[in-house]
Design a protein around this ligand. Structure first.
Ligand code: 5RP
Length: 236
């Protein structure tokens, strides 16, 4: 691997390498999205070349699918794979209960579907993503484009009624246009500061008309691999 990596990338790569050690021949794998997940896809492709493994891979975004195919991994449509053995993905935040905020890369809808259709979700990260309470990272909420302004108002009312700190929901932009997810939706990023009850908030957000899925992953992640710039890892 290139030696000119930043300390953060060395940490992400260390976590990715360790998670790839868990992969066995014949497995059906969910591939996450983001820079940490991209390190995992590279490490996985190397392992497949070195050990001649036969794997079936289901990516969680078009970006990951492109990278996986480019590196020679066998990518299949989700519907052809059925239940998966393991999903390996990055995160934006994780807490002591292994609850997550994901979706900084805009892929949390597909990531959540794939992770929950897997026996095991393993998260790979550098140490900076660990938090005492979720919420410093803006919480992504995917909404259908039709009436997204109404969904935003309802979300802001909901947050105020739940007494959640901060009620601002910003439409994610891509330059001068709204960001469009792989599923054709928009994203509202909620600046909350601190989420007291992530499970309650996740359930309530998904009741709002127009909301497709929020970025809280509760009771989905089974293990976190934290990488460090010196190549060491810690498992949680
Ligand atoms: C994408 C995600 C990513 O896993 C998350 O944003 C972390 O990204 P990175 O590994 O680049 O820090 O949830 O939707």
């Amino acid at each position: 691997m290139a030696i000119n990596l930043t300390p953060v990338d060395r940490a992400k790569y260390a976590a990715a390498r360790r998670a790839v050690d868990l992969v066995e021949d014949g497995m059906k794998l969910g591939l996450g999205t983001g820079s940490t997940a991209a390190w995992m896809v590279r490490a996985l492709a190397q392992k497949v070349r070195d050990e001649g493994l036969r794997l079936t891979c289901v990516p969680t975004s078009a970006r990951t699918a492109d990278l996986a195919r480019e590196l020679g991994l066998r990518v299949v449509p989700f519907e052809d794979a059925g239940w998966l053995d393991m999903t390996i993905d990055g995160t934006d935040e994780f807490d002591g209960n292994l609850a997550l905020i994901k979706g900084g890369g805009g892929a949390h809808l597909m990531e959540k579907i794939v992770a929950t259709a897997s026996d095991r979700m393993v998260v790979i990260t550098d140490a900076s993503k660990e938090v005492k309470a979720l919420g410093a990272f803006p919480l992504p909420v995917e909404v259908v484009p039709f009436g997204w302004q109404a969904s935003r108002m309802l979300i802001e009312e909901l947050l105020a009624a739940m007494d959640v700190m901060g009620t601002q929901a910003s439409l994610r932009m891509n330059g001068s246009r709204p960001y469009i997810t792989d599923e054709g939706n928009h994203i509202l990023d909620l600046s909350l500061g601190r989420i007291g009850n992530p499970r309650q908030l996740s359930l309530a957000l998904n009741q709002v008309p127009g909301v497709v899925e929020n970025g809280l992953f509760i009771d989905i992640c089974d293990a976190v691999v934290i990488g460090f710039p010196d190549g060491m890892v810690e498992l949680r």
